[in-house]
Design a binder for this molecule. Structure first.
Ligand SMILES: [Zn+2]
Ligand SMILES: [Zn+2]
Length: 322
């Protein structure tokens, strides 16, 4: 017991001394239980050149290091499944090779070597869906997601414009309580802070320049209808969060604002009109599901659609009696 403690204590001490704030040691009653650190490729001091990373979690078993710890890789960024599974099998080998001695530094080194070799964004830009090729200007966000600079500029500009439009629809008293516009990552919604003017100076994605001009085919139109119906279903079930949403979590049912209440109750509605009203029938983008005025009532809507609408996503043109 004493021997084991010493080996573990020495390793943990060394990790903390070398990695400083970059390592988190989880302890119970002062005894280390798990070690967690984010591993980056070696690029000297140039963090801007790190395009990939992964979180390494090492859960110490009671008899560690005489038994292997449980090793988990989480939050991979810029790594494809193939590379991840290759790293995982190298970890397994390393664990059996190092049985009986502290292994965390070895694991970090092994992962870092792999990341350094594959330090390039993989996959596509989530905004334009084109890949990253030679000549593309791209940016890595603080959350390690990659976009063409040009695409991210368009996305952030549109996001801010939407925010302003929604803000202007709010009554004055509510505007002052609304948090200011905050840029967010289009993939993971983490807060980002980018210089949009600098991004905008970047050229469009190389592959987009070579692509044939866009044409709305019958096939695409059919797909649009299908997607609109799907979105309506997701929204009705509370599965859609607005971009830049800083409100309550999506599955929280909130009390409707007074003006929404008025807009949603038709003159003939009973007192509980807002609660039992068929929200979907009033919104433009659910046109596929429109019912005629005489059709029977839909089931009561219970999700957070109201909050979604307050931010104006489906458009207010279709709202309220005409
Ligand atoms: Zn792009
Ligand atoms: Zn992100």
């Amino acid at each position: 017991m004493t021997t084991m403690d010493e080996r573990v204590t020495d390793e943990v001490e060394a990790l903390e001394a070398i990695l400083l704030d970059d390592v988190v040691i989880k302890r119970v009653d002062g005894v280390p239980q798990a070690i967690e650190t984010v591993v980056h490729p070696s690029t000297g001091d140039d963090a801007d050149q790190q395009y990939v990373c992964v979180t390494l979690e090492v859960k110490l078993t009671p008899a560690y290091p005489d038994t292997s710890p449980d090793v988990i890789l989480r939050n991979p960024r810029g790594l494809d499944d193939q590379l991840l599974s290759s790293i995982n099998s190298q970890i397994k080998e390393k664990l059996s090779d190092c049985l009986g001695q502290p292994v965390v530094f070895e694991l970090i080194e092994l992962i870092r070597e792999n990341l350094t070799e594959s330090n390039l964004p993989s996959g596509q830009c989530a905004i334009c869906l084109y890949g990253f090729v030679d000549g593309d200007v791209f940016i890595k966000t603080q959350c390690y997601h990659h976009f063409h600079s040009h695409c991210l500029a368009s996305h952030l500009t549109a996001g801010e414009r939407n925010y302003q439009e929604e803000l202007e629809k709010l009554p004055h008293w509510q505007r002052s309580q609304t948090p200011p516009y905050q840029q967010s990552c289009p993939v993971c919604r983490s807060t980002v802070s980018c210089d949009v003017d600098a991004l905008r100076r970047a050229p469009p994605p190389v592959e987009s320049l070579a692509a044939p001009p866009f044409c709305l085919t019958a096939e695409l139109k059919a797909l649009q209808l299908q997607m609109a119906a799907l979105l309506a279903r997701q929204v009705a079930k509370g599965g859609v969060v607005c971009p830049g949403d800083s409100g309550p979590p999506p599955l929280t049912i909130t009390t409707p604002a007074a003006d929404d209440e008025a807009a949603n109750s038709s003159p003939n509605d009973p007192q509980d009109g807002a609660k039992s009203d068929a929200f979907g029938t009033r919104n433009g983008h659910t046109s596929a599901e429109h019912s005629s005025p005489g059709s029977p009532r839909r089931p009561a809507y219970r999700g957070p659609y109201r909050g979604f609408n307050r931010r104006g996503k489906p458009g207010r043109g279709a709202r309220g009696p005409r």
